[in-house]
Ligand binder design. Structure first.
Ligand code: CJB
Length: 814
């Protein structure tokens, strides 16, 4: 691995020992692993801080343009290992700790995941931060310092249980509180108009305030001295809680403010691709947006005197609809605080904001009841009303008399504030996250907006960081690759294509497959330790890990397992390669059907894993508490990557890319970025099945299809469906899974039965391909070799050039 700095091993060891002493009043021999983790992290932070300061000095000196990535979610995972990797001294620290008698892997395991996100959207934000720092682009991530992150999942009697994620209980060694940058955020009250010197000023009165206090977390670039900032906001009561107050009114007000502040940042909403419409969620959104935008403007003004230059120095990139209140907040600041007129403010705002759409799922697009929105954010609501009034005039002048256009595009309609429409009206760029997704936005979901302003739309296919998901997560493969092609792939993933020549060479095939085998053993050990299930590393590891959602079709996967089990039991000539089906998924706490699917997977696992008669041909494993840290082990060990969403529904997917990078074959539908994966690796090196997006959308236009036709004509489907309600997997309560049965037989909105036969065939194909060892090795090696496009470095270069207009900065240390 590239050496950035001469690592002073002895100095580092001393610092760790001193840290244990000063933090815990203990000699290192008596320190717990958690204490060693803290001490090591503080020693690493020491190195980070110098680079952090140098980076910001450089940014200020050059007065650079900065992107503010506004996101409700940053699914960062653990920091220590990643920071060591990016400081380029992971191996050296490992050695230093060895000498002190500690195993770095075990020390890393002491760190809780920073799970400030749900799934793909939050993890994408984290990968983007890694790439921005590595490429040397000035950037802030802006989010919320949730007191409790994504819940911890336990499985009890096959059911998901949610436990609070108290991730800050031992303290977060990398963060720094910055009270000097605190700002006030106002909620509620009313707006009064005051005329001064012939101009109307809008003043919010009778409001409650919350103090937003930032915590900065360093984001270390790979081997380049750049350290960017993830700024997450905590909320504090505005007034000191005055315990001596005998004035009951004052006392109650103080308590109220304390509670308001506390509840805002209390917990991450555990919904993925679904919004619940809760008032507290809107509070969270405005809280972090107002704080982030206010702070960004203050910082801008330190170096720039003309507010009209804002678009030259800042882009606010809005990660989905969640932060789109930023459009109105920026308008508020420009008009009410900077004194600009509407047109001027609007011109600046619409050249400063940009919006990324991450989903076409209707239930994910946020719409707030006007009643709630205007009560909570009275001044912001006024501004939204005016934005809407002008926007509707524009629609009417472009399409006179066309009421449908107004209905489809207005920001305020049917008593609701439509956040996606606000985002589009207020942004200079709207992007989708994979080619197919962007096409669907342009041609269907956002067609009217696209027709009005096609130049606003663009695609930025998602990516992932190879630093975490290969260099850190799969050290064996990483060093094999470096052996073959040098280590530049760490910052230039397209180099992996140089591996193609090895894919047909038997010696290298064996090396590659041996690494896969070692990684499978590592995962098998994890499964044994956490699930108590023995799995055979020689079996096919067929993996589906992602959030549980009906559109992602974990149900299709488990129905197929049930089908295969039937074949094994009843068809003497049925032959299959031993396969371990591995699942990992959290379901939103309130998503009943998703939770029932988890129970089904575990119930099927119970029956099949305990049936000796099938001689272990099928094993089913549900990995508890799927999260970033165990994901790294899982991707490295997979043979088959299940990416089986209903075509058109998965905007992109990013797990698909992590599997590919680590040498797994995609078994998937032509959805999201799967389309581009197949384009890169070739159809012969993936297994594709099911309806295409156009076919799905055609059925939908024509009112769906009739699942009963399939039930009536396909005996295998019939048998499997019957087993959902005959007690085979729920002997204590045969009706347990009836809801799943009913959903399939009556509507099947996700085309599970429709795609079933094709899915069965796809699995047969995997089985045949896997038996041909040489060809399989070639396939998986080509998957790794062709995954270069899917680095988030490529994605970020595209954003930086085509949307943000950022310049790279070089940082040197004195
Ligand atoms: N996505 O994770 C979420 N949550 C949402 O609320 C909406 C979308 C996902 O975003 C990822 C990053 O763009 C996509 O890869 C994924 O397809 C999408 O579901």
């Amino acid at each position: 691995m590239k050496k950035l700095i001469d690592f002073d091993k002895e100095g580092f060891k001393k610092e760790v020992i001193t840290n244990v002493k000063t933090l815990y009043r203990r000699p290192i021999e008596e320190a717990t692993p958690q204490q060693v983790f803290q001490a090591v992290s503080y020693a690493v932070k020491d190195d980070i801080i110098d680079r952090w300061i140098a980076t910001h000095k450089e940014y200020e000196k050059k007065n650079v343009k900065t992107v503010y990535y506004l996101s409700m979610e940053f699914l960062m995972g653990r920091a220590l290992g990643n920071n060591l990797i990016n400081l380029t001294y992971y191996d050296a620290v490992k050695e230093a700790l060895d000498e002190l008698g500690f195993d770095l892997n075990l020390i890393e395991d002491q760190e809780p995941d920073a799970a400030l996100g749900n799934g793909g959207l939050g993890r994408l934000a984290a990968c983007f931060l890694d790439s921005l720092a590595t490429l040397g682009y000035p950037a802030y991530g802006c989010g919320i310092r949730y007191r409790y992150g994504m819940f911890k999942q336990a499985i009890k009697d096959g059911y998901q249980i949610e436990l609070p994620d108290d991730w800050l209980k031992d303290g977060n060694p990398f963060e720094i509180k910055r009270p000097e940058y605190a700002v006030e955020v106002k909620f509620g009250g009313y707006v009064r108009v005051e005329n001064r010197d012939g101009r109307n000023y809008f003043i919010q009165d009778g409001y409650q305030t919350v103090r937003a206090v930032p915590y900065d977390v360093p984001v270390v670039g790979y081997g380049n001295n750049v350290v960017n900032t993830l700024r997450i906001w905590d909320a504090e009561a505005d007034q000191e809680f005055c315990l001596d107050s005998f004035d009951k009114g004052e006392y109650e007000k103080a308590v109220e403010q304390q509670n308001l502040a506390k509840t805002i940042v209390e917990v991450l909403y555990p919904n993925d691709n679904h919004y619940a419409g809760k008032e507290l969620r809107l509070r969270q959104q405005y809280f972090f947006i107002s704080a982030s935008v206010q702070r960004a403007i203050l910082k801008f003004k330190e170096k720039n005197s003309d507010i009209h230059k804002l678009p030259e120095k800042i882009t606010f990139q809005m990660n989905d609809t969640h932060p789109t209140v930023a459009v109105a907040e920026l308008m508020r600041i420009l008009m009410d605080e900077e004194g600009l007129e509407w047109d001027d403010a609007w011109d600046i705002t619409t050249r400063t904001c940009a919006y990324t759409n991450h989903t076409i799922m209707a239930e994910a697009l946020e719409k707030w009841p006007i009643e709630l929105f205007s009560r909570l954010l009275p001044r912001i609501y006024q501004i939204v009303e005016e934005i809407n009034r002008r926007f509707v005039l524009k629609i009417q002048s472009m399409y006179p008399g066309n009421q449908d256009k107004v209905k489809n595009m207005a920001i305020l309609y049917d008593g609701q504030v439509k956040m996606a429409h606000l985002a589009i009206a207020g942004s200079y760029s709207v992007n989708g996250v994979a080619a197919l997704h962007t096409k669907i936005l342009e041609e269907r979901e956002l067609k009217d907006f696209y027709e009005m302003r096609p130049e606003q739309f663009n695609n930025k296919t998602n990516g992932i960081t190879q630093r975490r998901f290969l260099l850190h997560g799969n050290p064996l493969l990483a060093s094999w690759i470096t052996d073959k092609i040098g280590d530049e792939w760490i910052v230039k993933l397209s180099n992996l294509k140089k591996l193609k020549v090895y894919a047909t060479d038997e010696k290298y095939q064996q090396e590659f497959m041996n690494i896969k085998y070692q990684n499978k053993i590592r995962l098998a050990n994890y499964i044994k330790e956490h699930n108590g299930v023995d799995v055979d590393p020689r079996s096919i590891f067929d993996v589906q890990v992602k959030r549980l959602h009906e559109y992602k079709r974990q149900l299709l996967n488990i129905l197929h397992v049930m089908y295969q089990y039937n074949e094994l039991k009843t068809n003497p000539s049925y032959d299959m390669y031993p396969t371990t089906y591995i699942f990992g998924a959290k379901a939103s706490a309130g998503y009943k059907r998703a939770k029932l699917i988890i129970k089904l997977i575990n119930s099927v696992a119970d029956v099949i894993n305990n049936d000796a008669s099938i001689k272990g041909k099928i094993k089913v494993v549900f990995i508890e508490n799927y999260r970033v840290s165990n994901a790294e082990l899982i991707f490295a060990a997979a043979d088959v990557s299940e990416q089986i969403s209903t075509a058109s529904r998965e905007a992109s997917g990013t797990g698909n890319m992590k599997f590919m990078l680590n040498g797994a074959v995609t078994l998937g539908t032509m959805d999201g970025a799967n389309v581009e994966i197949v384009e890169e690796v070739g159809e012969e090196n993936a297994v594709i099945f099911g309806l295409r997006a156009e076919e799905v959308m055609k059925y939908e236009r024509e009112g769906g299809y009739n699942p009963k036709d399939i039930y009536n004509n396909d005996a295998a489907v019939r048998t499997v469906l019957t087993q959902l309600i005959n007690g085979m997997y729920s002997s204590d309560d045969p009706d347990r899974f009836r809801d799943l049965y009913d959903s399939l037989i009556n509507e099947d909105v996700y085309f599970i039965l429709k795609d079933f036969a094709s899915y069965v065939e796809a699995h047969r194909k995997i089985d045949t391909l896997y038996r041909d060892e040489k060809n399989w090795a070639k396939m998986v090696m080509l998957n790794t070799a062709c995954s270069g496009k899917f680095s988030s470095d490529r994605t970020i270069e595209e954003y930086a050039k085509e949307i943000w207009n950022l310049k790279k900065v070089k940082v040197t240390l004195d």
